[in-house]
Design a protein around this ligand. Sequence first.
Ligand code: UDP
Length: 234
Amino acid sequence: MKKLDMVYEGKAKKVFRTDDKDKFVVQYKDDATAGNGAKKGTIEDKGIVNNKMSAMLFEILEKEGVPNHFEELLSDREQLVKAVKIIPLEVIVRNVSAGSFSKRYGVEEGILFDNPVVEFSYKVDELGDPLINDSHILALKLATEEEIEHIKGMALRVNEVLSELFLKKNLKLIDFKLEFGKYHGETILADEISPDTCRLWDTETNEKLDKDRFRRDLGNIKEAYQEVMKRLEQ
Ligand code: UDP
């Protein structure tokens, strides 16, 4: 496999073509942004943690029945993935109120829901990723009814698997964001799963071990990412 030219550069990752048209190389960066790019910075070695952690979680999820784009780890910061076409939806699953949910509905953070909440945002930076519902998705032809149901089912399965896994590591999975892509007609999980895209709170202390430390200037950001990885490896 040969890594060729860069096809896409996002806020946290670069994507390269390879000599296999069905495979991309994803390279994880240390760059961090928040508030749709309003706040910028770097978190030392974040790319290494997020690459390793995504790889590990994608492998587990594949075994647990959630097909995804991960193929193999290539280096500290690079992984080989299936060359999917990303569906421009952010699929968010919430177990506990936090972040934009708390802001939008005027409720405190930390309220445990009876059932997980699944919501979608339309992934368009210029629009600020607006919240979008099923009928909007159908109207905009972003996905069919069957695809929406399939995506929700996979997102809830990811929630079951990861909530249980993190709980064993004394971490509460508060919420997370997933992205899905099309690969030879099939809709599969793609993008990343990391402290950039999940909220994780220590079960004992409720300490935040995720990107909120960066968003909210809480300090010890690098250490929080390393701590999550350390617990996963134990
Ligand atoms: N999230 C993400 N990328 C985004 C927006 C949200 O990875 O562009 C993640 C975020 O880290 C959190 C969950 O999705 O784990 C829910 O985020 P929320 O809607 O509360 O938005 P935020 O508070 O980050 O603006």
